[in-house]
Design a protein around this ligand. Structure first.
Ligand code: ADP
Ligand code: ADP
Length: 225
């Protein structure tokens, strides 16, 4: 588990600033949802935390370490994307195990982690099947499983449910929330869906034009004018 701290974080593309010095402290085990209109900088912020995007100014801390120049792999943070890459020629088990593809862990430990992730995500009956036999929600769970086996100290979710139909979205909201309660891992979750934010977040952070407009619990934001 890990705290994540953003201090005066800036991102520029050429001469254009898209993140204007944001400050945000995320507690160990907290479920923070970043919301805001398209283009406000949610995804860029997430990618900077993951180390997939260089920062232009300020500081990012994970735990007690400044990670500004740290390699993404050394950050021990797992990203779950909207367009999950699932390999059709591999079984569900192999797709999940791919998260440990370059890991030096012993095979027995890798196998154990894949079994555990499968069990937690309700995929045990499907482990030896091909992804073609899976529903959209199950595929999304495979993508989460691939991140889980890395035993990350935090999960970053970038619009993970936006490709799913309404019914599956509702189900996956509950499942991701339950997963968080079970693992207790810090989560930063990007969405433009108000319902996801209100039902899943410990704290909602509202962004606009590269700034943080407001932050608070769902109840606090709901009651604010
Ligand atoms: P959101 O995730 O909230 O929709 P983004 O973080 O994707 O927003 O984008 C924030 C801003 O940065 C937008 O104005 C977008 O056009 C701009 N942007 C994102 N990526 C690039 C890039 N590679 N080059 C230039 N501008 C970019
Ligand atoms: P490399 O990228 O050099 O192959 P990695 O160990 O970082 O080595 O990644 C191995 C595989 O694990 C990747 O190809 C990818 O499918 C998956 N993976 C890597 N990073 C993540 C992550 N943050 N979250 C989930 N899966 C990941």
């Amino acid at each position: 588990m890990a705290t994540i701290e953003l201090r005066k974080l800036v991102k520029s593309y050429g001469k254009t600033d898209v993140i204007h010095g944001i400050d945000l402290g995320i507690k160990d085990g907290e479920f923070v949802v970043l919301v805001g209109p398209s283009g406000c900088g949610k995804s860029t912020t997430l990618r900077m935390i993951a180390g997939l995007e260089e920062i232009s100014g300020g500081e990012i801390r994970i735990g007690d370490q400044v990670v500004n120049d740290m390699d993404p792999k050394a950050r021990n943070i797992a990203m779950v994307f909207q367009n999950y890459a699932i390999y059709p020629h591999m079984s569900v088990r192999q797709n999940i195990a791919f998260g440990l593809y370059t890991s030096k862990l012993p095979k027995a430990e890798k196998d154990k982690r894949v079994e555990e992730a499968g069990a937690i995500l309700g995929l045990t009956p499907y482990l030896d099947r091909r992804p073609a036999a899976l529903s959209g929600g199950q595929r999304q769970r495979v993508a989460i499983g691939r991140a889980m086996v890395r035993d990350p100290s935090a999960f970053l979710f970038d619009e993970p449910l936006s490709n799913l139909d309404a019914q599956l979205r509702a189900q996956m909201r509950i499942e991701i929330k339950r997963l968080h309660q079970r693992l207790g891992t810090t989560i930063v979750y990007v969405t433009h869906d108000q319902v996801e934010a209100m039902t899943m977040a410990d704290r909602i952070v509202v962004m606009k034009d590269g700034h943080i407009l407001q932050a608070g619990s769902p109840l606090e934001l709901y009651e604010s004018p």
